[in-house]
Design a protein. Sequence first.
Length: 455
Amino acid sequence: MISQLVRPEIIDLINNRQFTDLKDVLLDWMPTDIADLIHSLSENEQAILFRILPKDLAADVFEYVDVDTQLSLIQSLSKEEVAAILNEMSDDDRTALFEEVPPNVVKQMLAYLSPEQRKISQQLLGYPENSIGRLMTPDYIAVKQNWTVQETLDYIRLYGKNSETLNVVYIVDHRGMLVDDLRISEFLLSPLETKVIDLMDFHFVSLKVNDDQETAVELFKKYDGTALPVTDSTGALVGIVTVDDVLDVAEEETTEDIHKIAAVKALDEPYPDISLFNMIKKRAGWLSILFIGEMLTATVMGVFEHDIQRAVVLALFVPLIISSGGNAGSQAATLVIRALALGEISLKSWFFIFRREILTGLSLGAVLATIGFLRITIWHWAGNVYGSQWLLVGLTVSFSLIGVVSWGTLMGSMLPLIIKKLGFDPATSSAPFVATLVDVTGLIIYFTIALLILL
């Protein structure tokens, strides 16, 4: 990375106060590279470097640094400098910053904005949290369907500078209703006298302002675009969402799901930055619930205590049985949760999943049962470890493995669907939760089969 390679030279320029030379060097850099460099510097060095950047470049760089660094830089700037940065930021990135700071700080920042930018920010902040409205930007190009290509290109040259993207041009009617979207190439390759309506096919995909942000992720993934229009409840065009913002949402959602699958409440901060107290708080709740659930295994073993005393050898295989069921359930849960997230399956697919996982569980159970029976057989011939009843022990363990693995696979696959049907996040049926549930039921299956075969 270029910022890391020249970091020592940059620090030397700062220490020697050669700010003119430093400014000349940074003018040739991309904003993302300057942001990477800022992240690697101390707070004092960050402030010095940022303040020597030209206003436009500083605003671009500011959008690429993380929120903590943004707040740190704001504290080092004068009110005039903060106002200049906030007014130059893109509307969606500014809204993302406002979402991360306390309300009193947002109020102060809004006061720094021009009347026009303040109106836009207040409008975006007025939409529900995690909605498309919070994610969109009103900076786009929209033209009328009765215009010519020449008029459209003239309009783009006049107003396109501040647009978030020029890849797509949006077509609206006389009421501002979205009627189509066209790639810029359609205008560049068409005769200048062609009417816009002659280029239209009236087929387009759009988002609603109150849609959840995950909807944007799904549509971008499905249609592979660079931007999608956003309309209000009447169909009027009010903004666009670009793929760079959606990628951030996708990363956040994936991170949250991974945390939930591991039975951890989603972290609101990067792992290195979260405090020890908050880390404990995020993990203690689910861990306590799982611990209480695991207590049921002791209860189950207490119920079968007399039977265990009659055949102590049963206790040797308890970890083997319950871990196999838990592992199988965790596998199934993870596969189904991910398939749901990718849209590969839906609730309507439940019978297909049920049938497939039953067959899968029986097959996997048979594989483990074969391995388990061979292990018992080899240990018996090697040292007569399990006594005269070794064959019955082997059959008990084998049939138990088939039952427990089949049950674990079924539970792991069905639980995410049940939770989604109830309106909750399927990732909540985390792998540890499935494993705990299968541990308890697995013991019941194991000792029930032991009673039928061995005792």
